[in-house]
Design a protein around this ligand. Structure first.
Ligand code: UT7
Length: 319
């Protein structure tokens, strides 16, 4: 089956937190964070909820697509940091935007957006939907250990969405994979207060082996791009934009160097947002779309990677 993106939207919290702000309470510096990651600032929720951000991003995508909520057949939200354990974040979005179609979440960490695209494509293929809203929304700030300088400086909050419609030239290729490794990057579930639990549960805070994820990320991007080209029978030179997960500028630089890609074909948004997990890819797509950098016919390679270790990649054509 096939689809095309007919509208994008995004929303970030108001509050900007610079590296200097972090150095007020952490043993870190703007120089360390910027040279090691390429991040200068991130947006962090204060009074906003993730529901607020996810709905704002969704409404912008619907407006850009000229589609109403009642015309949607499916809502899939990629998230691992929703406002609710249940119901799904997608149900809260449906309620607030006034949709009545099936709505559910996908948990595939930073690869979640591409996983959600593939799921929606399956609904199209089975004739179960014609229009879907794909949202990626993350409030990473609620999962972070704000005393751990090695992780809390990397992430931010934000949401992005796109409306996709059945028919069209995408995806030319789409690949999902998992290299099971639950220790490299994890957040334990809520400890709860069961009187029957015999073990003390850890707090729900993010822990990561940064070097392991770094190496995995570079390899994942390079392998995925080569596989996409092979599947779609195209050359690397045919791809106009590389929209990869925005975890670390050095991961992007290492991948572009190994792939031999010119830097201006590699999209970068992490400088002002940090790593917003599943929302990185659709946020970057929205920035490119709204700045007029995407043209009809452009080929875009998407690669998301992260906890799992999950990788989702796709080659799409902008129409
Ligand atoms: O969505 C996917 C999720 N995450 C990622 O993709 C992250 C992938 N990994 C990375 O981006 C990098 O590994 C990090 C940015 C997390 C770390 O960079 P690194 O160059 O691998 O640094 P490191 O962990 O080897 O630490 C080097 C030093 C250590 O000090 P010592 O032991 O050499 O004295 C750290 O304690 O830097 C120290 N350090 C810091 N110093 C100042 C770690 N974090 C900070 C900090 N400020 N924020």
């Amino acid at each position: 089956m096939s689809f095309h993106i007919i509208g994008t939207g995004s929303a970030l919290p108001e509050r900007r937190i610079t590296n200097d702000d972090l150095s007020q309470f952490l043993d870190t510096t703007d120089e360390w964070i910027f040279t090691r990651t390429g991040i200068r600032e991130r947006r962090i929720c204060t009074s906003e909820t993730l529901d607020d951000l996810a709905c704002a991003a969704s409404l912008r995508a619907l407006e850009a697509a000229d589609v109403t909520a009642s015309e949607l057949d499916l809502i899939v939200c990629a998230t691992t940091s929703g406002d609710h354990i249940l119901p799904a974040q997608a149900c809260a979005i449906a309620e607030q935007i006034g949709a009545s179609c099936p709505a559910f979440d996908v948990s595939a960490a930073c690869a979640g957006f591409v996983f959600a695209l593939d799921i929606a494509d399956g609904f199209f293929a089975r004739g179960r939907a014609r229009r879907a809203l794909i949202v990626a929304a993350e409030q990473m700030s609620r999962l972070l250990d704000w005393t751990d300088r090695a992780t809390c400086v990397l992430f931010g909050d934000g949401a992005a969405a796109c409306v996709i419609e059945a028919g069209g030239a995408s995806p030319l290729a789409i690949e999902l994979s998992t290299a099971p490794d639950t220790a490299a990057l994890s957040v334990p579930g809520v400890p709860g207060t069961s009187p029957f639990a015999s073990m003390r549960s850890p707090q729900s805070m993010l822990a990561m082996n940064g070097r392991r994820v770094f190496k995995f990320g570079v390899n994942a991007i390079c392998d995925a791009v080569h596989k996409l080209c092979e599947t779609a029978h195209i050359e690397l030179e045919d791809i106009d934009h590389f929209v990869f997960h925005q975890a670390n500028d050095r991961i992007l630089a290492a991948a572009s160097q190994r792939l031999g890609i010119e830097d201006d074909r590699m999209a970068r948004t992490l400088r002002t947002t940090g790593n917003i997990s599943s929302a990185c890819i659709p946020y970057t797509l929205d920035v490119l779309a709204r700045s007029g950098e995407l043209h009809p016919g452009d080929l875009i390679a998407l690669v998301g990677f992260g906890a799992g270790l999950d990788v989702g990649s796709s080659l799409i054509r902008w129409e």
